[in-house]
Design a protein around this ligand. Sequence first.
Ligand SMILES: Nc1ncnc2c1ncn2[C@@H]1O[C@H](COP(=O)(O)OP(=O)(O)OP(=O)(O)O)[C@@H](O)[C@H]1O
Length: 390
Amino acid sequence: MTLSLDHLRRCTLAVDLGAARTRVYLKQSGLIVDEPSVVAVNTQTGALIAVGAPAERMSGRTPANIRVIRPITGGTVVDIDVAQRMLRAMVGNKLRRAWRRKPLLRAAVCIPHDADPLARRAALETLVGVGARRVELVDSLVTAAVGCGLPVEEPEATMIVQCGAATTEVAVLSLGAIVAAEKVPMGGETVDRALMQYLRNEHELLLPSQAVRPLHEALADPVDQVAEVSGRDVATGLARTVTIDPRSLRAAVTPPLTALLDTIRAVLHRCPPDLVADLGDRGVMLTGGAAGLPGLDQMIRQSTGMPVNVAEEPGLCAVMGLGAMLEGRFRQREIAEPNFKRHESGMGGGDLKRRFRRQVKASGKASGTSTGAGLDESLVDPMPEPTSMA
Ligand SMILES: Nc1ncnc2c1ncn2[C@@H]1O[C@H](COP(=O)(O)OP(=O)(O)OP(=O)(O)O)[C@@H](O)[C@H]1O
């Protein structure tokens, strides 16, 4: 752990590749990217047409020759090539100065707690593709806990519920390590899908995805005032407006939210009683964009009887926590090693050598030094096995 934190402090970039949004934190500069993880590609030429928010606006409105692609699902990069192009387009200009100062960047990236070797490899390759020389993979539950200011290093329990777009991870941490964690395939997108399905089945109305967010407010409306929703009639294809009872909306999202509550109970069940007793006082912290779902905190409070807090800017916790680690604003005991894994650039020897030479050339140009001076020879070796500190 001490060793890993040292490695993290040498990183310049903190990256959170989320299914919904990509966030990048540049050391000593702050958050430089917070954009939807979406690109629009011309299917005939392969050219990138738009990235981030403009590409998201195109979703559902494209002609046949334009495809809107989301290269990340559930925190895992599923299309490395597109993810690299997206990240390059997002950070390109903003990193130019950092590149001049330090041409061989090291990066740290948040990955889901239970990410398999393929997911780890995909995250690694994506970062290498944008020029990172070394990549540290860090558990997003730990970074989110640090980012929302939980005292994760203390010998007492803290519980975090990281509500993402496609998945929610629930964990109890103590002494900087994860004591118990579970993931449920439920997130902001699941709730939105449940609402859209309800409107289709019960009101024969097709709702554009951008129109779902206003319905969230109705979910938590204390006076159950009827809401108006406009969409396209399934049968006629014409625009139509219907009025909806918030109670039926709540019923529609009950199954995914019940799955979340069951997961919280399962995680608590696996914790020693001392830690659960700590949580009775400290409660649960909600992070991740979907933590902003109105009424979610209240529902968890009622179901578990524990205090529930929503982090300030919940969607940014993971990347800001990783940024704090990079800047050394977080200290931790040596005990927590299992949560940190370190990876070297994971390309084949040939690819890596080519990239190495390109970067060395760039570094020589930028600094005026002779090529290759002072660089680590291990870079040109094929990727060693990930160093597991568990
Ligand atoms: N204020 C809000 N109310 C309800 N839902 C919200 C709100 N803000 C964001 N969301 C939802 O949160 C999700 C995005 O959360 P977040 O940015 O944490 O996702 P991500 O990190 O990209 O995803 P993942 O962790 O699954 O990879 C989206 O589904 C979005 O609809």
